[in-house]
Design a protein around this ligand. Structure first.
Ligand SMILES: [Zn+2]
Length: 102
């Protein structure tokens, strides 16, 4: 089994469209993407007791404005947002799960 690759990406309206090497296409709304940002600042980190402290997040209009992304090592993309946030590393697995039909 060869790993799934990202063939192409395009911005369509307020969505990031991704096409994958297995033929699947994902359409990811910017707001959904930002709220799913997997970085520790957005999703919280477990403390020494294993309890996850959830950060109190405030989003601005720019928080949901996608600027660009860059590919990371063939397994993830890093997304840059208009409010300066860019620490989220979105694995292909995460992107495909976000983009799949409910
Ligand atoms: Zn984040």
């Amino acid at each position: 089994m060869s790993p799934i690759k990202l063939n192409n990406s395009a911005v369509i309206g307020s969505e990031l469209a991704l096409s994958w090497s297995d033929g699947l296409e994902s359409y990811l709304n910017f707001e959904t993407l930002r709220r799913a940002c997997p970085c520790a600042a957005c999703q919280g980190e477990p403390d020494v007791t294993g309890k996850v402290f959830m950060p109190n997040l405030t989003y601005r209009e720019q928080s949901f404005q996608y600027l660009r992304h860059q590919l990371l090592g063939g397994y993830a993309i890093q997304i840059f947002w208009a409010d300066g946030h860019s620490s989220g590393i979105y694995s292909y697995e995460l992107l495909r799960s976000l983009g799949s039909p409910a």
